[in-house]
Design a protein around this ligand. Structure first.
Ligand SMILES: CC(C)(COP(=O)(O)OP(=O)(O)OC[C@H]1O[C@@H](n2cnc3c(N)ncnc32)[C@H](O)[C@@H]1OP(=O)(O)O)[C@@H](O)C(=O)NCCC(=O)NCCS
Length: 223
């Protein structure tokens, strides 16, 4: 499902099931030392997906630790992203010569809890969601916008090292399966490349889930 959203050269591994009794990978257990069982399961399975994806890029199995804002720390020269929701876990990785950053996110295709849509939408977004819901009522568009913004954040953070609020990006969703996030804050990058002004993504709705992916093209000369 996730692979359909990504360009050639990106490896995605996903699963709809955990392996009963699977233990955490050596060097990662401290990250979930005090976690409840459901958190352990999502973490262990998604990290396994990530290592499988890395193996397909030719990387030996290593612990994938987390940075100060919980971002996964990938081997040198690799970009990647992890997502999990009830009944689904996935990871996507690519060489930096293929992408400068990637963010993937999944959500249940279900209504957002009461009041959430109001807190995550700005500008023309409420009207856009109303129009989308009228034309395609089988998709929970508020939830899709939420997922798309989370994917935007996961791609944004490794490039900027800064937080991004839901009010800091304005989404335009094309019901054919793409979206553009216009950034309303300074997009200066820590790698000295041109500041981010907009991020582009794709989405799919399948298996009762919404999946979104944002990719940032490689830096000039990265190949
Ligand atoms: C980080 C965040 C997006 C993750 O949301 P979530 O509902 O837990 O989503 P998922 O379960 O799909 O993904 C969790 C994974 O995201 C990754 N992640 C967490 N923080 C991250 C960051 N700062 N940068 C990149 N990836 C990050 C991690 O791999 C995490 O899984 P892990 O802890 O098992 O490694 C969310 O917690 C958050 O902070 N949102 C507020 C910021 C935001 O979304 N702004 C919108 C801007 S338009």
């Amino acid at each position: 499902m996730i692979e359909k959203l990504l360009p050639d050269g990106v490896v995605a591994v996903e699963t709809f099931e955990d392996v009963a009794g699977e233990q955490s990978f050596p060097g990662e257990d401290f990250l979930i030392a005090n976690a409840v069982e459901s958190r352990r399961r999502e973490f262990i399975t998604a990290r396994r997906c990530a290592r499988e994806a890395l193996a397909r890029l030719g990387h030996a199995p290593v612990p994938i630790r987390a940075g100060p804002k919980r971002e996964p720390l990938w081997p040198a020269g690799v970009v990647g992203s992890i997502t999990h929701t009830t009944g689904f876990r996935a990871a996507a990785v690519a060489s930096q010569s293929v992408l400068a950053s990637i963010g993937i996110d999944t959500e249940q295709n279900a209504l957002l809890p009461d009041g959430v849509e109001e807190t995550i939408t700005i500008s023309h977004e409420p009207e856009m969601l109303t129009a989308l819901s009228r034309s395609s009522p089988g998709i929970h568009w508020g939830r899709l916008l939420f997922s798309a913004k989370e994917a935007v954040y996961k791609a944004w953070y490794p490039l900027t090292g800064r937080r991004l609020g839901f009010e800091d990006a304005r989404l335009t969703i094309d019901p054919m399966g793409t979206f553009v996030a216009t950034l309303l804050v300074d997009g200066t990058r820590t790698d000295g490349e041109s500041p981010l002004t907009a991020l582009r993504g794709r989405f799919i709705v399948a298996h009762g889930l919404i999946a979104t992916a944002v990719t940032v093209p490689p830096n000039p000369g990265a190949a």
